[in-house]
Design a protein around this ligand. Structure first.
Ligand code: DQA
Length: 163
């Protein structure tokens, strides 16, 4: 696990799923030229402006992603997840997010709905607060901003459902 920490306040775990370690080289016409390291560095800078402490994890293994979600219970306030292809296949990841009730924002670099129909269905979307899709590397920043707004709302209205 690679961990990039920024400042205090809300603590957010950023989870990147399979093949996202290839960003920069992988289908740049779809996913852009930024590497995962570039994205995390820029997100960490943005997180500082929001007083968010960021932990980042990428894995190509579904079980590692599940363990990361479970491990975030009572540690992280929210999850920002790009589950990659597991978005479209993983009931287990969906169940982990639902089972832990950690407020989760789903992000995608590409616009799923402009692409193949098999990418139009997300198992994560129904258990997420919301989804950001199609803004390239900026999807992560938009997602983090949205997650922080949601967490702030939860703080001020604690009886509101978390998802
Ligand atoms: C992706 C979209 C998924 O369909 C694909 O499998 C990915 C990346 C995105 O960020 O656009 O790996 O999640």
């Amino acid at each position: 696990m690679r961990v990039a920490e920024s400042s205090k306040g809300h603590r957010v775990l950023v989870i990147h799923g399979p093949n996202l370690n290839l960003l920069g080289k992988r289908e740049p016409g779809i996913y852009g030229a930024s590497t995962l390291e570039d994205i995390e560095r820029s997100l960490a800078r943005f997180a500082e402006t929001l007083a968010v402490r960021l932990d980042c994890l990428q894995s190509n293994h579904e079980g590692v992603l599940l363990d990361a979600v479970h491990g975030a219970v009572d540690v992280c306030d929210g999850l920002l997840i790009n589950a990659g292809a597991y978005t479209h296949t993983s009931v287990a990841l969906r169940d982990a997010i639902a089972g832990t009730s950690i407020p989760t924002v789903e992000v995608h670099l590409s616009n799923l709905y402009k692409r193949e129909t098999f990418r139009h269905h997300s198992y994560i979307a129904p258990v997420a607060v919301g989804q950001i899709s199609g803004f390239g590397a900026n999807s992560y920043k938009l997602g983090l901003q949205a997650l922080v707004w949601h967490l702030e709302t939860l703080r001020s209205t604690p009886n509101k459902p978390k998802h």
